[in-house]
Design a protein around this ligand. Structure first.
Ligand code: ZN
Length: 175
């Protein structure tokens, strides 16, 4: 069980602190409707755990930064066949710590996201947020990989119809 950790983000950056560990996807409630509960199809020895590291530092301009790195596997729901889809999560994001939002708009590097300085930053919630921002909106298996749903017919039929609508039409006609 991941122990809920809080950091003083500015202090964390100023002192080049670092946290590392593993966290289970199951511990992030906001992600649950995006994920498929582990079941067959996912190897048993592979848990849905994410390795994380959180590093604080000052960038070359002396600005306080946090770097979040997350690496692991999660299982999403394919939007085509609704079955589980193993998705490798690998994200690195650097966040500028700002005192207020006005400050963030002055930053030239608009590639970098900002978060407000927080002396009680919820690390788990931060990871959750980063994962949410990085998961694909409508994940799908590569074409041809989708497994049919249990009552299989519908998906297979739709695929077949997509491929050759006229063949299906003529089949119907002569039945
Ligand atoms: Zn699929």
């Amino acid at each position: 069980m991941f122990e809920r950790q809080f950091i003083d983000s500015l202090d964390f950056a100023n002192n080049n602190r670092e946290l590392r560990g593993e966290i289970a996807m199951a511990e992030m409630p906001r992600l649950q409707d995006k994920l498929v509960v582990l079941d067959v199809g996912f190897e048993h020895d592979r848990k849905e755990e994410i390795n994380y590291s959180l590093r604080g530092f000052r960038d070359r301009n002396g600005k306080p930064m946090l770097e979040v790195k997350l690496d692991g596997l999660c299982q999403l729901r394919c939007q085509r066949c609704l079955q589980g889809l193993i998705y490798p999560l690998k994200l690195v994001s650097q966040l500028l710590l700002v005192q207020n939002w006005d400050e963030s708009s002055v930053v030239e590097e608009d590639e970098i996201d900002s978060i407000l300085v927080d002396n009680h930053l919820d690390v788990l919630a931060l990871f959750e947020e980063e994962i949410l921002l990085n998961l694909p909106f409508a994940p799908r298996h590569p074409v041809g990989v989708c497994r049919p749903v249990k009552e299989g017919y519908v998906v297979e039929e739709i695929d077949r119809i997509d491929k050759n609508p006229f063949a299906i039409l003529s089949e119907l006609k002569y039945k």
